[in-house]
Design a protein. Structure first.
Lengths: 398, 500
């Protein structure tokens, strides 16, 4: 058995776990982050949805029910957390743009628009209303992107297909990292016969340095260019989580990747350590405090059986909104299924309310009453509660 | 205006079987179906080719019909039937007396049985409940209802018969009190075709009374809803029945890579307004778990429900109504065929055609019991190794359906209906239930100019709504995870919630 000791151990490598770890390692704590592997949110658009109901997402927080976790964090702390996120990303190859106080509309692969707040700079020009004169470029054989959806909804638009010889977003993104491929693509764009100056592409402009690819493309062709987020597997989502992981490691945070928690060591009302299932000898990770950021159902932080819902790491009591027959609405398009309220009830210090565990804090979508799909607040809530739980943990440890 | 001898309304097993029988006896006809083949009870049953054993104790006549037809269909419809064999399993607490009656009745009816010890039964089906007391082997089989309809219709189509799917009968044309034809409306173009015929056959199952009313007659029935669940794995290679009087959740049928478990029995009035109640799922899942404990931990793909069109019963439990069938001569040029079962569809078709041949002076007798279904040799099955080589071309990853398969169906039947592609290729039949591939299939339809982007979005919305109805009653475990992911795609990434 390999044993290591940390100040804080964060369980979950999604947005909230990374933001909690970043917050604590900036404050000088020795942190470890444990993840089963690439998080489910790397399937996301990479855009930071904060709250879609009002023009200023932060002012919308006041209208949320009292038990929504945003209310616990508070408007000001949410804003600070979002700024902290932007600062982190500014130092990476995928800087973000946007104002936490202003929502924006971006174009989707079916030509609808989607409300979001902070976006990767490759999507800076992706506003729905600026899309009035666009030429969509897609790739031959790409399975999840059909440009005619977009051109049918936008009057002054057209599209053409480039043959990248590969057909998945991931393999096209990899090709964009090769200089000869990029040059060939640039000259193809230069020869395009279209009156529309702005070019929209599915988000495939390289995995590591998309802004550099985009800038070269833009300067050599003299056109405004932007990316449209695609269906999973989503390159912007993967870029985001790779960047968060490497910056955390650079800042001194330890990362256990691909290693699920297999057991928990408790002493009285404290968690002492967690043991990880590894391929070689098991490792035990000790901590003074623990942060649970394991996500909701999709990520596996919660698991529903036919009659109940379990929290999968510590077996914490879970708030379940009524019997299974009432978990889902009858209509697919009516937002806000009751099951979205399921999760861990927390107190003001982000500790689980119905557990006696003293050194455990909870953040992200596993918190009860988050209702992420209903409010379109996934990454925003993860960032805000990740920072807030880390701050609560800091207060406790110092 | 189209002229023919017989119009058959309904493209389920009975209607398609009648079409084939008429073809073999040389009577011209048109079959009109409002949806795709197997749209009603045929496509929403458990796909069991009964040995008859299920009915021996209460309905020996129906049981006898079942075993006779079972033997015939194994011979004439080889590519539709999987000869799995079946077991009736007696669990602790199940009546021994019922078991004795069961064995005696099987013998009376002529259903071969073999009593197996628990260890022999477990050798055959290792996932069975090891606490079982014994099992009785019977010749139950698994049958593919959709393929069965397609093949029966194939004969008709290739020998001059007319087959119109996605055409709804909106009017029965009458002259001097006699039915002389139908008006059928194309579901997509709304165009109306008039078809004139000497005889009209109403083979619409649960919709029988509605169609009879169009001609001013009645076809009274008792409608009973039966709900089933689908597991993501094939947990048994044999049909598994519970050895006790018929009741909820007493059967598990293997089908391709999955298992179907059913069924419930709930009286209903409107065949178009039915859905699965999550409580029915609980009942069936709990019972299935008793027969095969692994059912409790296996991911469920979805639930579905169909309406049994039973003969009219005065009152009481619809399970006790005869599974026999009845032919009504409305004495106005229309006949209705009511009741019956998928397993006896061929016999029903034979009797129906026997009842009308006199009108055409035809003396040819029925040959459907001897002539194998045409078109079976063209069915190739699912060559996995071949499909895996075309990974770049795969549209549906769950069922390995390629773009060429999808384009093939779109071009051959000229459809805009996503269900037609699903039925013919298995697109969207796997664990994600079309969550990913339907969007792609619609993109392809758009690229080859079959639908406009607006139509495509409309079809996608309709599909997602219908899909959710099937998944919703059985949402927990991994299927709940998958569903939330699908929701985040359509309502999150694509924001289809606001854009109608």
């Amino acid at each position: 058995m390999i044993a290591r000791e940390y100040d804080v151990v964060v369980i979950g490598g999604g947005m909230s776990g990374f933001m909690a770890s970043h917050t604590l390692s900036r404050k000088g704590y020795k942190t470890a982050l444990i993840s089963q592997g690439d998080p489910v949110c790397s399937l996301s658009t990479g855009c930071i949805d904060v709250l879609s109901r009002s023009k200023d997402p932060l002012s919308g927080i006041r209208e949320l029910p009292d038990d929504h976790p945003y209310r616990l964090v508070g408007e000001k702390a949410v804003e600070e957390a979002l700024q902290f996120f932007s600062q982190i990303m500014d130092k990476t190859a995928i800087p973000y743009t946007g104002d936490p106080r202003e929502n924006r509309e971006i174009l989707t692969p079916v030509g609808t628009t989607k409300t979001t707040c902070l976006v990767p700079r490759t999507m800076a020009h992706a506003q729905g209303d600026a899309g009035d004169y666009i030429h969509v470029v897609s790739f031959k054989g790409l399975k999840d992107f059909y440009p005619s959806y977009i051109t049918s909804r936008i009057a002054n638009s057209s599209f053409s297909l480039f043959d990248a010889k590969v057909t998945s977003t991931l393999s096209i993104a990899t090709r964009f990292e090769e200089k000869p491929f990029l040059d060939e693509f640039i000259s193809w764009i230069q020869d395009l016969d279209t009156p529309f100056g702005t070019i929209a592409l599915p988000a495939v402009l390289g995995m590591r340095k998309p802004m550099a690819v985009l800038e070269e493309l833009s300067s050599k062709t003299g056109r405004v260019i932007f990316e449209i987020p695609t269906l999973p597997p989503s390159i912007p989502g993967m870029r985001l989580f790779r960047a968060l992981k490497s910056t955390l490691q650079q800042a001194g945070g330890h990362v256990y990747w691909g290693k699920p928690v297999s057991s928990v060591e408790r002493r009285g009302s404290r968690i002492e350590a967690v043991t990880l299932a590894t391929s070689g000898r098991p490792s035990r990770v000790y901590g003074r405090a623990f942060i649970l950021a394991s996500g909701s159902f999709v990520s596996g932080g919660l698991f529903a059986s036919r009659t109940s819902v379990q929290e999968t790491v510590f077996d914490l009591p879970v708030f379940v909104p009524g019997p299974r027959t009432d978990w889902f609405n009858h209509d697919f398009f009516t937002p806000g299924h009751a099951i979205e309220k399921a999760g861990i009830l927390i107190g003001p210090s982000f500790r689980p309310r119905e557990s006696d565990l003293e050194n455990l804090f909870v953040c992200g979508s596993i918190i009860a009453h988050s209702e992420i799909m209903k409010n379109h607040c996934g990454h925003g809530l993860a960032i805000a509660t990740g920072c807030a739980a880390a701050n609560a943990c800091d207060k406790e440890l110092s | 205006m189209i002229k023919t001898d017989v119009v058959i309304i309904g493209g389920g097993a009975t209607g398609c079987g009648i079409a084939r029988d008429l073809t073999l006896r040389g009577i011209h006809h048109y079959l009109v179906e409002k949806g795709d083949f197997a749209n009603g009870a045929t496509g929403a049953c458990h796909g069991l080719l009964h040995s008859g054993a299920r009915y021996v104790t209460n309905d020996p006549e129906a049981a006898h019909e079942c075993i006779t037809e079972n033997i015939i269909l194994r011979k004439i419809a080889k590519k539709c039937v999987e000869v799995t064999g079946g077991l009736f399993v007696r669990l602790p607490g199940d009546s021994r007396r019922f078991r004795d009656t069961f064995l005696k009745s099987c013998e009376d009816v002529g259903i071969p049985t073999e009593v197996l010890s628990p260890s022999r039964a477990l050798d055959l089906v290792e996932n069975l409940n090891p606490a079982m007391e014994e099992a009785i082997r019977v010749p139950d089989c698994s049958i593919d209802p959709f393929r069965l309809c397609m093949l029966n219709a194939f004969t008709s189509r290739h020998r001059g018969g007319g087959v119109l799917i996605h055409h709804k009968v909106i009017e029965i044309v009458k002259e001097k009190g006699r039915c002389i034809g139908v008006k059928a409306q194309d579901r997509f173009s709304s165009q109306v075709k008039e078809i004139r015929a000497k005889i009209i056959i109403n083979a619409t199952g649960a919709w029988g009374d509605q169609i009879a009313h169009l001609s001013g007659s009645e076809a009274p029935m008792t409608l009973s809803k039966g709900s089933l669940i689908i597991s993501n794995h094939r947990l048994t290679n044999m049909v598994i029945n519970r050895l006790r009087p018929p009741s909820d959740g007493d059967i598990i049928v293997p089908n391709e890579a999955v298992c179907l478990a059913g069924t419930t029995s709930v009286p209903v009035t409107d065949p178009d307004a039915i859905e699965v109640d999550p409580r029915e799922v609980d009942i069936v899942a709990t019972q299935a778990e008793q027969l095969i404990p692994k059912f409790g931990t296996t991911r469920l793909i979805r639930a579905y429900t169909g309406v049994r069109p039973l003969l009219k019963a005065p009152s009481g439990d619809s399970r006790n109504i005869s599974r026999g069938f009845q032919i009504i001569d409305h004495n106005n040029g229309m006949f209705s065929i009511l009741g019956g079962k998928l397993s006896t569809y061929r016999l029903m078709a034979e009797k129906m055609v026997d009842a009308i041949v006199g009108h055409f002076g035809v003396k040819v007798s029925c040959t459907t019991a001897d002539v194998p279904l045409e078109g079976q040799e063209e069915l190739s099955g699912y060559p996995l190794s071949k499909r895996l080589k075309e990974m770049d071309n795969i549209v549906c990853e769950c069922e390995l359906v390629t773009r060429d398969d999808v384009e093939g169906v779109i071009n051959s039947i000229g459809t805009k209906h996503i269900g037609d592609i699903q039925h013919r290729t298995r697109l969207g039949m796997g664990p994600c239930q079309g969550g990913f591939c339907t969007y792609r299939a619609l993109g392809i339809m758009q690229e080859i100019g079959r639908v406009s982007p607006e139509e495509s979005m409309h079809i996608l919305r309709e599909f997602l709504q219908r899909r959710f109805r099937g998944i919703r009653p059985a949402l927990w475990g991994d299927q709940l995870r998958e569903e939330q992911l699908v929701e985040s795609i359509y309502l999150g990434i694509l924001n289809m919630e606001q854009h109608q």
